[in-house]
Ligand binder design. Structure first.
Ligand SMILES: Nc1ncnc2c1ncn2[C@@H]1O[C@H](COP(=O)(O)OP(=O)(O)OP(=O)(O)O)[C@@H](O)[C@H]1O
Ligand SMILES: [Mg+2]
Length: 366
């Protein structure tokens, strides 16, 4: 039988749980990460992301459940027995070795006869060939991060784990490295699992995003799906901005649910609501809301509010509008006209949106 190290296929977590004393850090996670995909684990601090990665790497053993790659059960095996490498936020390069020797470290230790070629390839992949002779302290943070990546990729792991690898970089460099990482993943075609608490980072990079909260996965899917149709309040608020309100469902009108929100009737597509009676938290994304002085006819939902703030952003103008419910909604108007509608704080406006763009989720957090 082939060893753990030769395991190939999708990564699977089966009811994986990790408790520390009486605290449950990871609560029965079921997850399949297709081989060769770029997968992001997104969630707030303390939700269990690192603990999950550590169980995949073998640095931590699950209290219950199994970690599989393809048909191979890795549960209980040691980190060095697994075809898994990790890149951490702190690059942890060897300070006294050159960049080249840092990258060559793994293959040399394994007495890989292709160590030299592999090292060249890995340096080339992360565009660090020209810095091969330097020591880590002679590189910028972004460059060190590339070296850390090369040092993991040179081992050709089946799964590469990235735990907030861009966390220490400034915003501009971070954006550049996001594009870089995506290019590298496409080029090498390995399974990448990227942990972050930056929703924009997760959305721009990953094929699939799993939103984690308090040790469990709230929702998983392509970024655009999660953004368009969140299934919980947590996901609605964690991934992008959401304008929300709580309504009491009173009945239906064709394909739509009708909810009463502070005396205003709001329609939500029935298919886009997780709740069909009682109270619902409905939401609509800022770019789907239109602001106008006059009440528009026939759009669907409209509510009168009062402008609180107007910010000119160049490509768009952003409005904050106080709603009758007490909530403040946000919306954007693309600056298509030379003269945008001249709105000031205190002006009364109508906000409108298509019922097909709203979503409904349970009011209570799970
Ligand atoms: N060895 C440990 N002993 C006790 N509790 C732990 C241990 N490791 C993690 N925890 C707890 O488990 C929870 C999840 O921790 P984890 O490091 O997985 O969070 P995270 O999602 O990676 O957070 P962050 O975004 O801040 O890195 C936290 O409440 C943490 O305090
Ligand atoms: Mg962490």
């Amino acid at each position: 039988m082939a060893g753990f190290k030769e395991a190939r296929g999708d990564l699977q977590l089966e009811s994986v749980t990790k408790t520390f004393g009486d605290f449950t850090a990871v609560d029965g996670i079921d997850l399949t990460v297709p081989r060769g995909s770029f997968f992001a684990l997104l969630g707030p601090s303390g939700c269990g992301k690192t603990t999950t990665l550590r169980m995949v790497a073998g640095l931590e053993q699950p209290t219950a459940g199994r970690v599989m790659i393809g048909d191979t059960d890795l549960t209980g095996s040691r980190p060095y027995e697994r075809p898994v490498n990790t890149v951490f936020q702190s690059y942890a390069l060897f300070p006294h070795l050159t960049i080249r020797d840092n990258v060559a470290f793994g293959p040399k230790r394994r007495k890989d006869k292709d160590a030299s070629t592999r090292t060249d390839d890995a340096l080339e992949l992360v565009q660090m060939t020209q810095f091969a002779g330097r020591k880590p302290h002679q590189l910028s943070g972004g460059q060190q991060q590339r070296v850390a990546l090369a040092r993991a990729l040179v081992n050709h792991p089946e799964v590469l784990l990235l735990d907030e690898p861009l966390g220490a970089l400034d915003l501009k460099l971070r954006r550049e490295m996001q594009v870089e990482l995506k290019r590298i993943q496409t080029e090498v075609g390995l399974t990448f699992i990227h942990v972050t608490h930056d929703q924009e980072e997760a959305m721009t990079m990953a094929d699939t995003v799993a939103v984690m909260n308090k040790g469990h996965i709230e929702q998983l899917g392509p970024p655009a799906h999660l953004y368009d149709l969140p299934r919980t309040r947590f996901v609605a608020n964690f991934l992008g901005q959401a304008n929300t309100g709580v309504g009491a469902i009173e009945g239906t009108d064709g394909e739509h649910l009708v909810a009463d929100v502070f005396g205003t009737k709001v329609k939500i597509s029935r298919a886009r609501s997780q709740v069909h009676d009682g109270e619902v938290l409905f939401g609509v994304r800022p770019e789907k809301v239109t602001v106008s002085r006059q009440q528009p006819q026939g759009v669907g939902n409209d509510v009168k509010g009062v402008v609180r703030d107007v910010s000119f952003l160049g490509v768009a103008t952003s409005y904050l509008v106080d709603m009758p419910s007490g909530a403040t909604w946000s919306c954007y108007e693309q600056n298509l006209d030379v003269e945008p509608i001249d709105l000031r704080p205190g002006d009364e406006v109508w906000l409108t949106w298509n019922p097909g763009h709203a979503f409904g989720v349970p009011v209570e957090e799970a």
